[in-house]
Design a protein around this ligand. Structure first.
Ligand SMILES: Cc1ncc(COP(=O)(O)O)c(C=O)c1O
Length: 490
């Protein structure tokens, strides 16, 4: 017989003055818990000594109850491995007098309902998440991640786990990591900040959630790039924000159209370095126009800079935050693309005067992010592994991108108009007008290829569908094979 895990003390309710003998109350409680499935077959029950001690009752009562349950076949006893819930529950256990089986009493209450804004939520279809290669969006080259080095850093800290690291920590995050991020952002992204303005989050998804809750009251309006990042839609929707779709053109979000649709919106959510999903880089003129609107209307700009480490054409683009003289930009970044998504570490840079509000907002959501990965991440940056990894991945993604463009050129010529391939780890293939991108995506999923439909990134009905293809996590061979399978889906 396999060893069962140690038992938990169950929440037995005993009424010493209830007029029913304690042993009977106890055996009734266990019988009910077993029948309701709270205690499962094979699960160990506490020893008579420890249960009597926990409940403050005599051991004799517990022994009598257990004897009764053993006799009825609800419990089994094994020499050396204690007493457990029987593997086979007595066959008449579910019978009720007069025939039939026990079932939950009918619920005649008022129908239950969840919040309207939650009812409008829907995550991506599982089929688009199944593939770990071609062409899962947002997946970096996990096959090239320096796992050995990372494991050494993690275990270095795990072995010397200080009491302070195990206790509740600062909602803003581990100070040395915030320092390292501030230095990195200043040098690589021209972000103007010091470590006090940096808050560590559980991925940038959480940063979006915090922004929605701290910057807007429910019912207030926010400009959303259309098409845009579904994760941002989810975060703003759950905060009860009214999203105003603002079209994106070759220069980024159309600020003039935003003003026409909702001049007094409180927030604009944008991804200016590499628009998600179309890949546009926001022009300098639009950046100025957006900052001027924010200054005029007292609005905030949420800048999502999720993958700008990787650029393949043109000059590096600095952050919008670095141009902002009015402290109106909240800058978001993530380690999901440059490390790996399951790390769940992101960060935000907030204007100095907003630090207390954002610290409190961050604290309200999940107190703070797990400490151990933060300690390892700080070392990973400070010891130069981060910069080295980014450099290596830039070369690799350039190759993978070239392999994808080449395969599309050969196998999908004329059926695919590629946009947004200058940066990041994904591109978009626009489909001919009238082609249903969801139908093509589902066909692709059946062939083991993930190709997320562009139409699902829109708040307003799109004029044209497309497929978003991530290439960061796919080897050239997977890319070639993925495009071959995709070509059969039209
Ligand atoms: C536009 C955008 N923002 C943020 C993220 C990253 O989110 P997280 O840091 O929560 O993994 C992604 C990932 O796909 C993204 O595409």
């Amino acid at each position: 017989m396999t060893r069962a895990p140690a038992s938990f003390v169950p929440p037995v309710a005993i009424d010493p003055d209830g007029g029913v003998p304690i042993y009977r109350q106890l055996s009734d409680w266990f019988r009910r818990a077993i029948l309701d499935g709270h205690l499962r077959p094979g699960q160990r029950v506490p020893s008579t000594r420890s249960l009597a001690g926990e409940l403050g009752i005599s051991r004799i009562s517990v022994l009598s109850a257990y004897d009764q349950l053993l006799a009825e076949g609800y419990l089994e006893s094994f020499a050396g491995s204690g007493t457990r819930v029987a593997q086979a529950i007595p066959s008449d256990a579910w019978a009720v007098p007069g025939g039939g089986r026990r079932s939950a009493p009918p619920d005649r209450g008022v129908p239950r309902r969840i919040a309207g804004r939650a009812a409008g939520l829907h995550g991506p279809e599982q089929t688009w998440l199944d593939s770990q290669g071609a062409f899962r969006v947002g997946l970096p080259a996990l096959d090239r991640f320096p796992t050995g080095r990372w494991a050494r850093l993690l275990s270095r800290h795990a072995r010397q786990l200080a009491v302070a690291t195990m206790a509740y920590g600062d909602p803003a995050g581990h100070e040395p990591l915030r320092e390292a991020i501030a230095t990195y952002l200043g040098a690589a992204r021209a972000v103007r900040c010091d470590a006090r303005q940096v808050l560590i989050t559980t991925g940038s998804q959480q940063a979006l959630q915090i922004c929605a809750h701290v910057l807007l009251d429910a019912g207030e309006r926010a400009w959303m790039e259309d098409p845009g990042y579904p994760g941002a839609h989810q975060a703003f929707r759950t905060a009860g924000v009214r999203m105003v779709p603002v079209p994106v053109d070759g220069e980024g979000i159309d600020v003039g159209e935003g003003v026409r649709r909702a001049r007094d919106a409180r927030v604009a959510y944008i991804s200016p370095s590499h628009q998600f999903p179309l890949g546009t880089t926001m022009s300098a003129a639009r950046r100025m126009q957006l900052l001027a609107w924010a200054a005029r209307e007292g609005a905030w700009i949420v800048e999502d800079d999720y993958d700008s480490e990787y650029r393949f054409g043109g000059r590096p683009v600095a952050s919008l935050q670095g141009l902002d003289a009015g402290a109106r930009v909240i800058y978001l970044g993530t380690f999901s693309k440059v490390m790996y998504p399951a790390l769940r570490l992101g960060y935000m840079v907030v204007p100095r005067d907003l630090v207390p509000a954002f610290r409190a907002g961050r604290d309200a959501i999940d107190t703070f992010s797990a400490s151990l990965p933060q300690l390892a991440m700080a070392d990973f940056i400070r010891e130069g592994h981060f910069a080295r990894h980014i450099r290596a991945m830039r070369v690799l993604y350039r190759e993978r991108r070239a392999a994808l463009l080449d395969a599309i050129g050969r196998q999908l010529d004329g059926r695919f108009e590629v946009v947004g391939a200058d940066a990041g780890m994904q591109l978009v293939g626009l489909l001919p007008p009238g082609v249903d991108d969801v139908a093509v995506s589902r066909k692709a999923a059946r062939r083991g290829v993930s190709a997320r439909p562009l139409s699902q990134c829109y708040l307003e009905p799109p004029s044209r569908g497309g497929l978003i293809l991530g290439y960061g996590g796919a080897t050239p061979r997977q890319i070639e094979e993925g495009v071959r399978r995709l070509a059969r889906c039209f």
